[in-house]
Structure formats: C-alpha cells, structure tokens
Write a protein that binds this ligand. Structure first.
Ligand SMILES: NC(=O)C1=CN([C@@H]2O[C@H](COP(=O)(O)OP(=O)(O)OC[C@H]3O[C@@H](n4cnc5c(N)ncnc54)[C@H](OP(=O)(O)O)[C@@H]3O)[C@@H](O)[C@H]2O)C=CC1
Ligand SMILES: O=C(O)CCC(=O)C(=O)O
Length: 318
C-alpha cells in the first residue's frame, strides 16, 4: 500500500521501507480520514495538495510522532510555525513565483510597472504571487478561484480580495466583472501565472494563449503538447520546477530548523529564499543562453547535470 505522502503542502522524510505493513496501513487510514475531512472529494483531483494547509501537516506530524513515542518535527514540513513550522513557508511558493516573474521581466526589458498579469488560483501560490507583484508595481488584471475569475483591466487591489486561506471560494463575490477560468487563461496580458490545477494549458487552448510569458505557479499546468505549441509560438514558459520552487526550498529550511531545534526569523527565511531563487535563475539562464533552448529544457539540464555529476563523483557513471 502506498502512503499518501509527498506533494502535500510540505514534504515528508519518512522512508516507507522502514515501516511495517501494519504501521503503513494504520497511518494511511488515519491520514486519509483527516485529509478527507478537509478536502473531501478533492482528494482525487490532479493537484491533491490544493486545499490542504499547515494544520493538515500538523496532523501528519502528530500521526507519525505517535508511532515513535516522541514528537519528530522534521518528519514533515509546511507545519504551523508554533509547532516547528518555518516562518514564511506559507508565502514561499508565491514569493518565488514573484521573484522569478520579476527576473523574467528584467531579462526581457519589460518594466514591471508596465506589465499586466493574470493569475489562476488565489491560494498559497496564486494570492501570494499576485499580491507581491501588485506591491512591486505590476497591474494584476485577473485572479480566480474555483468559481471563476475577477477581471478588471484597470488593475485589482489584490490586498482587498481574500485568499483561499482567508475565505475560500470568495474571489468572484468581490468582483464587478466575472469571467471563466478558461477565459482568464487566454487574456491578452504580458504574464500568465497558472497557480491552481495541473494540465490547464493543453493542445485545445495553447494556440489561444495570448500572454508573452507563462510563469508556472501550479505543478504541471502545461501539457507537453501545449508546451511544444507555445515554444513554436515563441511564448516563453518558465517551468514550475524553477518558478514555484520557493515552497520546497523553505521546506528544506524548515527541516534544517527542525533537526537543529532552531527557529529562523522571517527576514532570514526570505533573504535566504531570495538568494537561492536568484542562484537557480542564474544557473538556468546560463543554459538557456548557451544552448538556445526553452526555459524548461534549460531547467531540466541544470537538474539532470547535477545528478549526473553526483553519479560521476561516486564513480557510478559508466
Ligand atoms: N503550496 C505549495 O507549497 C506549493 C503548491 N504548488 C502547486 O500550486 C498549485 C496551487 O496550490 P496552493 O496554492 O498550495 O493551493 P491552495 O489550496 O492554497 O489554493 C488553491 C487555489 O486554487 C483554486 N482552485 C481550486 N480549484 C480550481 C479550479 N478548478 N480552477 C481554478 N481555480 C481553482 C482555489 O479556489 P477556492 O478558494 O475556491 O477553493 C484556491 O484559490 C497546485 O498545483 C500545487 O501543486 C506548487 C509548489 C508549492
Ligand atoms: O514542501 C515540499 O516539499 C513540497 C512543496 C510542494 O507542494 C510542491 O513543490 O509541489
């Protein structure tokens, strides 16, 4: 039986191989019950981490710790800061999306103050990205939740619209003009940030994407066929593994804090995240420029080269 670990709003460091079959079954039942209480049928949707929150991660820590007889905070990340979570973890993926969007704009000589942005999903990733970009001077013209999108070509004051965490399914209630989530994806904006479900940019709508830049906030929002269509159309797609990596990066910071029994300040978390994101951007940009490939291929080359080097260092490479 597979444990429903990983990919939630934090990572988990349990090695299922070290658990007995009975322990696995017990943990799986407990986790699934608790998760279903929160996200109900959504447990079966393609992005199962949507709708979970730091409390969910606290349950995971407690369920595991009960088996161990002591609290093991480092076993799972994305927890509330008061019980071993990291400050800044909730905002981190949206913050990294905003940092990367800023770097993309700088790279293509696109002034942020003259940049329009549409964001699908208004949760941990979408709302934080939208609000940071809004604060930095971009014009956020569309945001959405499961019910549809708020659209205002003059710009939305993102701070006044509650995020999923603050009030789920509220975006359209605050809107004068509502459009569909599908329409949001094809708006004529500079930057499109899909930050909800996977597989929303497909063969069926890739030709209609009017944005110049797609910065992937969600995991896997673009199918591979759509990716090729966008590449042929010179739409720059900045891949999820770079853009939303703030989440997993601050999860790593959280694990470091937990195993060292330390708590970092928010300023330190955000400074170190900024540094990591800029270093990742530089590494990907170098491959992009040297090889004349897509941003996604450049990110894969950076990642796979590191794995290959690690194999080589161990003498494992044929
Ligand atoms: N949180 C994290 O650490 C990370 C998350 N991701 C990925 O980012 C994406 C979003 O996750 P996250 O922000 O954490 O999730 P949240 O649960 O915090 O927010 C999800 C948002 O998407 C909206 N939504 C739900 N269903 C749909 C739909 N069918 N169409 C449009 N919008 C919808 C929700 O609306 P409503 O309020 O109405 O429910 C909510 O605004 C996922 O793909 C996730 O895998 C990637 C990296 C890290
Ligand atoms: O924190 C993590 O390890 C996972 C974060 C996350 O949800 C993701 O990157 O998709």
């Amino acid at each position: 039986m597979d444990l429903p670990f990983g990919g939630a709003k934090g990572g988990i460091a349990v090695n299922p191989k070290t658990l007995s079959r009975d322990e696995k079954e017990r943990l799986t039942r407990r986790f699934t019950q608790e998760l279903r209480k929160v996200i109900g049928p959504n447990l079966d949707i393609p992005a199962p981490d949507m709708g979970t929150d730091p409390q969910t991660m606290a349950w995971l820590m407690d369920a595991y710790s009960m088996q161990e007889g002591e609290t093991i905070p480092g076993v799972v990340t994305g927890k509330p800061p008061i019980i071993g979570g990291s400050k800044g973890r909730e905002d981190a993926p949206g913050r990294s999306v905003a940092i990367i969007t800023q770097l993309v704009c700088e790279y293509y000589d696109q002034q942020l103050s003259e940049t329009t942005v549409a964001v699908q999903g208004y949760g941990s990733v979408g709302a934080n990205a939208a609000r940071l970009l809004d604060e930095q001077g971009a014009t956020v013209v569309a945001i959405s939740d499961v019910n549809g999108a708020m659209y205002d070509p003059a710009g939305i004051d993102t701070a006044t619209v509650p995020s999923h965490d603050e009030e789920p399914e509220a975006v359209t209630e605050y809107a004068d003009t509502v459009i569909s989530n599908d329409e949001l994806l094809t708006l004529d904006v500079d930057v499109l940030i899909p930050a909800a479900l996977g597989n929303v940019i497909t063969e069926a709508n890739a030709d209609d994407i009017a944005a110049d830049y797609v910065v992937e906030g969600a995991n896997g929002p673009t199918t591979s066929t759509a990716d090729s269509i966008l590449a042929d159309r010179d739409v720059m797609v900045i891949p999820d593994i770079l853009a939303n990596a703030g989440g997993v990066t601050v999860s790593y910071f959280e694990w470091l804090q937990d195993i060292n029994r330390r708590s970092w300040s928010l300023e330190r978390v955000n400074d170190e995240l900024d540094e990591e994101m800029r270093a990742a951007w530089d590494a990907v940009r170098t491959e992009f420029e040297n090889r004349d490939i897509t941003w996604r291929d450049a990110a894969y080359i950076v990642a796979l080269s590191r794995i290959a080097e690690a194999h080589e260092a161990r003498g494992l490479w044929p």
